[in-house]
Design a protein around this ligand. Structure first.
Ligand code: ATP
Ligand code: MG
Ligand code: FE
Length: 343
């Protein structure tokens, strides 16, 4: 089965072709970072317009690269949510129009499920069941993943997402948007021991996370120090985040009894987090897997792959093939656990 995947939930236009027999055959990605940088965050209207401008050319480029054409496709998978409504509508409408013209099913994918399954595109894929640490720009959660579509929320942030905390903290330190990678780079030159920042909810005994207090502590620190101290502040911030996430991840593994961890979402690209998780968990016999580095942030490959996995289910395949996408829905807010019960 060959599935074209389309991702437009936020500020990345992503397209990819996943082939059950040959794996990922082609992928194209356009990031809108430069477009939004001047505003310090994503401007929804500009995001939609840019998706409109580039989605069809990216689909053409992906098909060319895979040396395939529309007639070779078996299905089109698109991100139906969660995300920015206007941005989601671009991907959903192009996917549906294309699918209808080719008499193909259009399959709606949950964006976070895409992130969650992206480690299966690595050369050392995980196996079910596992604990997923999902850390992105909009989400920070622990999930117990028992199988495809069987996701149980174990705990999540009560305020900011980790990626959001990285981005806001980076802004306080005068770094460009999105701040995660820039902050991490600055932290490399800093001393993580010089300033001690709080570890919110570290000892709460559950899997809730909180990052807004940490960001406030950074703001107070920044007011008292000079820019020469920023590398030390960045290092202290990153150390606090890594401390909290590794501590709670160990708790999640103890609570479930699972022996595998999957880290997904943009913050999963963070090197100190990767190293700390590996160093703490592998000696205890826990297998830790990450997506390929370029698939940590948003992309079309994870959407094509998630759609492919679901459409392997014969009942689901028949349902989508026979309905031939008479309409489409988007879900700007969409709970992953609730979505799974509707499969
Ligand atoms: P969601 O998937 O929750 O809708 P999103 O799609 O915006 O949110 P992703 O694309 O998965 O999120 O990740 C983007 C986030 O990852 C940004 O907040 C960015 O700063 C952060 N990020 C990317 N690379 C790194 C890194 N090396 N260290 C820390 N944070 C990083
Ligand atoms: Mg993004
Ligand atoms: Fe994402």
């Amino acid at each position: 089965m060959i599935v074209l995947g389309i991702e437009t939930s936020c500020d990345e236009t992503g397209v990819a072709l996943y082939d059950g027999a040959r794996g990922l055959r082609a992928e194209s990605l356009h990031s809108q970072i430069a477009l939004h940088a001047a505003y310090g965050g994503v401007v929804p209207e500009l995001a939609s317009r840019d998706h409109i401008r580039l989605l069809v050319p990216l689909i053409e480029r992906t098909l060319n690269e895979a040396q395939a054409d529309l007639a070779d496709l078996d299905a089109i998978a698109y991100t139906a949510g969660p995300g920015l409504a206007g941005a989601l509508l671009v991907g959903a409408s192009v996917a549906s129009a294309l699918a209808r013209s080719q008499h193909l099913p259009a399959y709606p994918v949950h964006h976070l499920e895409g992130h969650l399954l992206s480690p299966f595109l690595a050369s050392d894929p995980p196996s079910f069941p596992f604990v997923a640490l999902l850390v992105s720009g909009g989400h920070s959660q622990f999930m117990a993943v028992e199988g495809l579509g069987r996701y149980r929320l174990l705990g999540e942030t009560v305020d900011d997402a980790v990626g959001e905390a990285f981005d806001k903290t980076a802004q306080l330190l005068g770094l460009p948007y999105p701040g995660g990678p820039a902050l991490s780079q600055l932290a490399r030159q800093g001393d993580p021991e010089r300033f001690h920042l709080p570890r919110p909810l570290l000892q709460s005994g559950d899997l809730q996370l909180s990052f807004s207090g940490l960001k406030t502590a950074v703001a107070q620190r920044v007011r008292r120090q000079s820019p020469a101290d920023y590398p030390d502040i960045a290092a202290a911030f990153e150390a606090a985040v890594v401390d909290v996430l590794t501590h709670k991840t160990r708790l999640a593994l103890r609570m479930t009894g699972y022996t595998q961890l999957v880290v997904a979402g943009g913050v999963g690209a963070n090197q100190p987090l990767r190293q700390a998780l590996r160093a703490q968990l592998e000696p205890a016999g826990i297998r830790v897997t990450f997506p390929p580095a370029h698939l940590c942030t948003d992309n079309g490959a994870m959407i094509a792959y998630a759609g492919y996995c679901h459409l392997q289910n014969p009942a689901l395949w028949t349902r989508y093939r026979d309905s031939l996408s008479p309409g489409f829905t988007i879900h700007p807010r969409w709970d992953l656990a609730a979505y799974a019960t509707h499969l």
